[in-house]
Design a protein around this ligand. Structure first.
Ligand code: BMA
Length: 318
């Protein structure tokens, strides 16, 4: 008899939520959907903070242990007001992700305006200075993450253009020589009937494992009482990241706790950051119910295994 497979391998941190608006040193509505990175001897979260007017900006939070964070006194990245970026960030900046490539930390985010969401890309080397590079898409595209290395001299980015008729959005990949001009776009993973019937989007930057690039994504189910955001994982080929090696056809992490079920947008788990620890554990930082930030841990190998096993094995759980 084979051992029963653990289909839900994440363990929530007992001190969740790790950040709420009470932890923000200035007035705001909510804090959620944070990018995560280790920089020097600290864990950094780049928080999406929604201000009292409903627009979002980014503020840094710092930690020595990955569990207890102190939030900076002032916002770091606020919507641009220059003629190039400004018109496309008038409603705020949202859902950041951080990827280091060759010693530079690139921040991808959603630039939001009356025209709809676009992908913004900027860079920092010190988490003090931030320089915008490009608006890397037209409208109706978001959930962009860069790979931490180039492929044949090109940057690679996973993104999520809106699907047919604005629904059924899939995860795509594109390539660029300079983070400004993008092309060679191909579909990587599409929504399926069931838990992700509405749309998919990449959650966290790819993690290199011996078996492939491990990427967490969110799947959205449209239900009678709104959208339900849950998490799956996929594995992409190390040499050719457009090639899908495997994925979890079921969700592996979904809203259960009150702080995930109840908030401004109920039933949402929305990760934007993951830390790959030296002991083979991943720390996943996620927005919960668009209201606070929580963290859960998982063994990398357990998730890779779930991406590799066959769907019918997953259905029976054996
Ligand atoms: C998505 C994004 C996220 C948000 C989620 C749930 O479309 O806007 O910022 O967390 O919806 O509301």
């Amino acid at each position: 008899m084979t051992a029963r497979i653990n289909l839900y391998p994440f363990k929530r941190y007992a001190g969740n939520p790790i950040l709420t608006r009470e932890d923000i040193p200035y007035p705001c509505n909510t804090v959620f959907n944070a990018a995560a990175v280790k920089f020097k001897d600290e864990y950094l979260l780049l928080l999406r903070i929604e201000d009292l007017s409903g627009k979002s900006h980014f503020t840094l939070a710092r930690s020595k242990d990955g569990y207890n964070f102190i939030v900076d006194e002032e916002p770091w990245i606020v919507p641009a007001n220059d003629p190039y970026f400004g018109p496309y960030e008038e409603y705020g900046v949202e859902d950041p992700r951080i990827t280091p490539v060759d010693g530079v930390y690139y921040i991808t985010y959603t630039a939001f305006s009356r025209h709809g969401p676009r992908i913004g890309i900027g860079r920092t080397t010190d988490f003090v200075h931030f320089e915008r590079i490009s608006l890397a898409s037209e409208v109706d595209n978001k959930d962009a993450v860069l790979f931490p290395q180039k492929f044949n001299g090109l940057y690679a980015m996973l993104d999520r253009p809106s699907g047919f008729g604005g629904a059924k959005g899939s995860i795509w990949i594109q390539f660029s020589p300079d983070l400004i001009h993008w092309g060679q776009a191909r579909v990587v993973l599409s929504p399926e009937p069931g838990w992700s019937n509405s749309k998919l989007g990449v959650s966290t930057p790819p993690i290199k494992t011996p078996m492939g690039w491990l990427v967490f994504y969110h799947g959205v189910r449209q239900t009678g009482s709104g959208k339900l955001y849950r998490v799956g994982a996929m594995l992409l080929d190390l040499e050719n990241p457009a090639h899908l090696l495997g994925y979890t056809p079921h969700f592996i992490f979904g809203p259960e706790e009150d702080y995930e079920r109840i908030g401004d947008v109920p039933n949402v788990i929305f990760p934007c950051g993951v830390i790959d620890e030296p002991d083979g554990t991943l720390k996943l930082y996620y927005g919960a119910a668009d209201t606070c930030i929580a963290m859960a841990e998982v063994k990398t190998d357990d998730v890779v295994h779930l991406c590799q096993i066959l769907p019918d094995v997953i259905r029976t759980g054996k």
